[in-house]
Design a protein around this ligand. Structure first.
Ligand code: ADP
Ligand code: MG
Length: 278
C-alpha cells in the first residue's frame, strides 16, 4: 500500500463506499508494529493491520487472545507500549486535543460489556455522545435520538424504556443506535451478536449490512459468529499469539493451514454454518 493511501482523501459518495472496499480502497485505520501488554504480560507484539474504507472487517481469534484489547488500543482506551495507530491518515499520537476530538466524533463503538448505562433510558443513552460532542437544543437532541432509534429497527416506544426492560436483541440495537449517534464513518462492534439466539443474530447481521451500505460505514467487527463471518464480512483478520496470523476473504481463511484457523473454520460448527446456504 502506498503512502498516498493514507492521505485523508475527499469522502466518496456514500453509495460508492462498498465498491471501493477492494485492495485499492483508502486505508482508514492502519496499525503498525503495535505492542500492548499489562505488567509482565505481553498481549500483542509487532501487530500490523489495515482497515479499508467501506469494508466490514471481521476480527476473529480464540478467547483471550486480545481482540477487545486491540479494539480498545485503537480507541486509545488501553495504552500501547510501542507502534503506531493511524486513523484517517492521522497518527493518533501526534494530534492536538481538538484534532483528537474531531477524530473521536467520526467513530462509534459498541462495547462487548456494559453496552448501555442502566440508569438512563434508551433515548438518554443515545444522547450521551451527542451531549459530549455537540451543542444542540433539547428538541433537536430528541429528534436526532428518535431518528437513530428508528434506524436500528426499534419502535418509538422503546425510547423511554430502561435497559432492564429490554430483550438482549433490543439492548444490542439500542447500543448500536448510540454508536451511530454522531453519524460516524467507522463503527467498532465488539461481539455484537454474542448472547443472541441464531435468529436474533441473523437479524442483527442484516441490520449491520444494511446500515453499512446505506450509510457507507467502515465496520470493524470482533465476532465469534461463523454466520456473520460468512454472510456480512468482506474481509477477515485473525489474531493469534499476539499477531495477525491470517488476513483476507473467507476463502483465504478456509485455505489456511494454521491449526487454530483449521479447527475454527473447518470444525463441526463451521460445517453447519457454511452449509446453511446463507
Ligand atoms: N486492563 C487489563 N489489565 C490486565 N490484563 C488485561 C486487561 N484487559 C485485558 N487483559 C488481558 O488481556 C488478554 C486479552 O483480553 P481480551 O482482549 O479481552 O481478549 P478477547 O480476545 O477475548 O477479547 C486477556 O488475557 C486478558 O485477561
Ligand atoms: Mg473480547
Amino acid at each position: 500500500m502506498s503512502d498516498a493511501a493514507l492521505q485523508p482523501a475527499t469522502q466518496p459518495p456514500r453509495e460508492m463506499a462498498r465498491r471501493l472496499a477492494g485492495p485499492d480502497a483508502e486505508v482508514v485505520i492502519r496499525v503498525t508494529d503495535l505492542e500492548v501488554g499489562f505488567g509482565p504480560k505481553t498481549i500483542m507484539k509487532h501487530l500490523n493491520l489495515d482497515v479499508r474504507r467501506g469494508e466490514i472487517l471481521g476480527f476473529v481469534g480464540a478467547s483471550g487472545t486480545g481482540k477487545s484489547v486491540l479494539t480498545r488500543a485503537i480507541l486509545g482506551l488501553v495504552p500501547k507500549r510501542a507502534g503506531k495507530i493511524e486513523v484517517f491518515g492521522e497518527d493518533l499520537d501526534r494530534l492536538s486535543r481538538a484534532a483528537r476530538k474531531a477524530i473521536e466524533q467520526r467513530w462509534g463503538v459498541l462495547f462487548q460489556q456494559g453496552a448501555l448505562f442502566s440508569s438512563l433510558t434508551v433515548k438518554q443513552n443515545v444522547q450521551v455522545p451527542m451531549r459530549e460532542y455537540l451543542d444542540l437544543s433539547e428538541r433537536l437532541l430528541d429528534e436526532l435520538a428518535m431518528l437513530k432509534i428508528e434506524m436500528v429497527g426499534l419502535s418509538p416506544d422503546a425510547a423511554d424504556k430502561f435497559p432492564s426492560d429490554l430483550s438482549g436483541g433490543m439492548i444490542k440495537r439500542a447500543a448500536l443506535a448510540r454508536a451511530l449517534a454522531l453519524d460516524p464513518d467507522i463503527v467498532f462492534l465488539d461481539e455484537p451478536t454474542s448472547g443472541l439466539d441464531p435468529i436474533g443474530a441473523g437479524e442483527f447481521d442484516e441490520l449491520i449490512s444494511t446500515l453499512q451500505q446505506t450509510l457507507g460505514l467502515t465496520v470493524f467487527m470482533v465476532t465469534h459468529d461463523l454466520d456473520s463471518l460468512h454472510s456480512v464480512c468482506d474481509r477477515i483478520a485473525a489474531l493469534g499469539e499476539g499477531k495477525i496470523i491470517a488476513e483476507g476473504t473467507i476463502e483465504t481463511m478456509l485455505a489456511s493451514t494454521n491449526p487454530w484457523l483449521k479447527a475454527y473454520f473447518h470444525g463441526k460448527r463451521a460445517r453447519a454454518a457454511f452449509s446453511a446456504g446463507n
